[in-house]
Structures are given as structure tokens and as C-alpha cells.
Design a protein around this ligand. Sequence first.
Ligand code: ZN
Ligand code: ZN
Length: 313
Amino acid sequence: MGMEKEGESTCEPATPVLRISQLDALELDSALEQLLWTQLCHCFQNLRPGLLTPLEPELKALLQLLLWRFTLYPGSATVGQSLLSLRYRNISTSPNLRKSLSHRQKLALLLLTVGPRWLQERSHSLRRCLGLTSGAPLSDGFQKALRNSLAALSGLARLASLVNFLAFLRTGYHPVLAERMVGAQAVFSEPSVTRDVTYQYVNRELLWHGFAEFLIFLLPLINTSKVKASIYSFVLGGDPSGVGGARDKEGAWRECALCGEWPTMPHALGCPHVFCYYCIKSQSIANNCVRCPKCGTEARRLEPAKIETLLRH
Ligand SMILES: [Zn+2]
Ligand SMILES: [Zn+2]
């Protein structure tokens, strides 16, 4: 009783909840269910494979029951709704009186969400079960009628939820058929709360996301070492005996021009610079026209570096 008093509060005419917020709440709820199910499966992963499969629909229903018991039942809001600062309101009261759902409504909401899903997943085995129990001579016609009526029922349910969704798009209330049947409507949990994430932010996030994806697609296509080498040769004018030429030449054989370390198995391309064998070989595999990153000389042939040749340059 105390709970019902708590949910009761008067306020100025309620701000309508955006359709996108209601759909987001549903998405968040289903993501949470999926997360819990994955966690549960992880707990059993070391046991015999396929242990959970025969009981999967029941276990999922049980998880939903637990979720309902600890979210919607005490708080009148699902997890997704509380994240978006929404909750359910009893539609049978006046719009200014934001009364939370009665226990019966909450229970009905649970049954209407869990029941159809369980029935759908279990329909095959249920049908087989019914077929076995019904008498043998009548079974053929009876089974056919049963199958047809079940198919018609599920088609009807789907049609109803489609019509409901179209009505939701038009009016902005009750995205799920169960909510409409029970008489539950999403409202803001605090009268003055608006959507926390503003559209400006969302748009910016979308833009950055698209840009990042484009970069991830583009970056592997750019041969960075080639770009670096051509910029280097452009800046230095392709002349190794420039300003730092003398100093370069002195230290050239001490470090690999690619990794900057002491060259392992030093190899040369024909310019005064040396390279580790692995550094330059991996470059030449990735890129059939290798240039020296220090001076921009195009590779003529790769050969082991000799100190005398290097000093002669
Ligand atoms: Zn190297
Ligand atoms: Zn070079």
C-alpha cells in the first residue's frame, strides 16, 4: 500500500516522452537480457556441451522473471527505462495523477511479455506433446485443426503488434502491445527531467563515429613509409649531401635507416644508408618500389653492406 502512495504525485501536465526514448528503453532491456543470458551460459561452459539447450526457453523465462522481480515490480520501471529516467504510469487514472502500476498490472505485463515468447520457443515441442496425448483415430484431423488454429493465432498476434506499432508511431504511446493491453504508459520519472543525451551530442557522436570508420577503412590503404620517404626526399631535394650530409654519412652505417637501431645483418640499397635485413626485406615485400627513407634513393638491388663501400660514398 505504501508503495502505491509513493508513486502518487500530482504535477503540471506531463511532458510527452519521445518515441525514440521509449524504443531505446526497449533496446536496452533486450540488451540486458542478452547480457545475462551470455553470463549464464559462461557459467556452464565447462560442463557437458548442450546441457542448457533442452531447458533454454524455461531458463530465459526464469531470467526474465528475476529481472521483473527486481526492477519492474519494486520500481515500476524496467532497467532501460530507469537509465533514460522513465517509468510506467497507470493509464486508468487522470494524466495529471502519475500513479504507478498496480500489482495486477505489473503481473499482467510480465505474463504478456514472457508468456508469448516462451510459447513461441516451445511451440514445436508442445504441438508434439499434444499430438501424442490426443486419441489415435481422431488425431489426424484434430492435429491439423490445432496446427491451423495455432498458426492463425500467431499470425493474429503478429498483425496486432504491427497495428499497435503503427498506432505508436502515430500517437507516441505504447510501443509494445502488452503495454497497451495492461494500460501502462511511459512517463518521465521526475516531472522536469528531459532526455539527458541531447541531440546535438548524439549528432556529433554519429559524425565522429562515421569519420572514425572511414579512417579505419582508409588507413591500411595508405603506404605510410612510401609517403614518408617521398616527403623526405621532397624536403631534402633528393640530395643526400645536403646540410646534414656529412654528419649523416658518418653515422649512417651505425644505425638502420628504418628502425634507428644498430643494424642486424646490415644491407644496403646503393645509397650511403644501411638497413637491418628484416626491416628492408619486409618493406620490399609490402611495396615493390622501395625508397630509402633518409635520402629517397630508389632501391636498385639489396645487398649485404660493406664498410668500405659505405665509406667510399
Ligand atoms: Zn632496422
Ligand atoms: Zn639512403
